[in-house]
Design a protein around this ligand. Structure first.
Ligand code: SAM
Length: 262
């Protein structure tokens, strides 16, 4: 059956998103590569280079918070980048997601890295099951950087999550979001939209026998605000932005939005 996501009442969105991500958790990384032909890796690498985590380290451990972290792609890149470039082997990261199954995939991946838990460095990495809209166990003004990658469009109440991001960041802290966005160039827009509406659900069907979850993903991208609308939402939550507040990637197929808590 088709989710008919656009007609789902808001209060049911959380449930729907929960079941979608429980469904896709096991194949998540594999499907990302299949659907984007590996391009999501380039976007994520660019996202990290742009944020340049570790830059502010200078011997004083920082607190990173990766939200909707799923299998931990961004978190791992943050730790690797700041260790390699700034010799930061001290800073902490909280890897958080609302979905236990997605987080379990992340925990599995971290078992095979030098950041795994249970080593002398183990307490640098924490996993936390929590809703990004509230983050009730994260204290006010406690985080240096908040990242959310391909997560925010799944939240039921995005303005509330943005206010929470603002609450948990320290003054001077950085909010950074990598998310699918809107293509404006007409021809590319047509090609992209044909690809996403026809090919992605089909890939879901053929590769992992799950058409509906991937149909949901495509529809959720379509429903998400434009680059400028989303930048305004970030400002409304209290953040300052530089210039337009975003950078388009691959013609706007994805975009990076940033904000600073003053
Ligand atoms: N950040 C990873 C990446 O870039 O590959 C994973 C992104 S995955 C597409 C989206 C994640 O958002 C899922 O793991 C899902 O459980 C999570 N999510 C959805 N709603 C959430 C919420 N309200 N609070 C926290 N996480 C949420």
């Amino acid at each position: 059956t088709h989710f008919g996501y656009k007609n789902v009442p808001t209060e049911d969105k959380a449930k729907l998103v929960g079941s979608v991500f429980s469904q896709v958790a096991k194949n998540y990384d594999y499907m990302n590569d299949a659907m984007s032909c590996g391009v999501h890796r380039l976007w994520k690498n660019h996202f990290i280079d742009k944020l340049d985590p570790g830059q502010r380290y200078a011997g004083k451990p920082l607190n990173y918070l990766d939200i909707a972290a799923g299998s931990g792609d961004i978190a791992l890149r943050i730790l690797n980048h700041s260790a390699r470039k700034y010799g930061d082997n001290e800073s902490n990261i909280t890897i958080s997601d609302i979905n236990r199954e997605m987080l379990a995939e992340g925990a599995k991946r971290f078992e095979h890295t030098r950041y795994r838990q249970g080593t002398p460095q183990g307490d640098r990495v924490k996993f936390l099951v929590q809703n990004a809209e509230t983050l009730e166990s994260i204290p006010d003004n406690s985080q240096d950087m908040y990242t959310v990658s391909f997560g925010i469009r799944n939240f039921t109440d995005i303005p509330k999550a943005l206010k929470t991001a603002h609450r948990v960041l320290k003054p001077g802290g950085v909010f950074a979001c990598l998310e699918f966005s809107k293509v404006e160039l007409p021809v590319i827009k047509q090609v992209y939209s044909a690809y996403s509406f026809n090919v992605i659900p089909l890939l879901g069907q053929v590769l992992v026998g799950d058409h509906d979850s991937y149909q949901y993903l495509v529809e959720s991208i379509e429903k998400f605000p434009t680059q400028d609308e989303f930048a305004n939402m970030i400002r409304e939550a209290g953040f300052a932005t530089v210039g337009s507040g975003y950078e388009n990637l691959t013609f706007g197929v994805a975009a990076i939005h940033t904000g600073i808590k003053l």
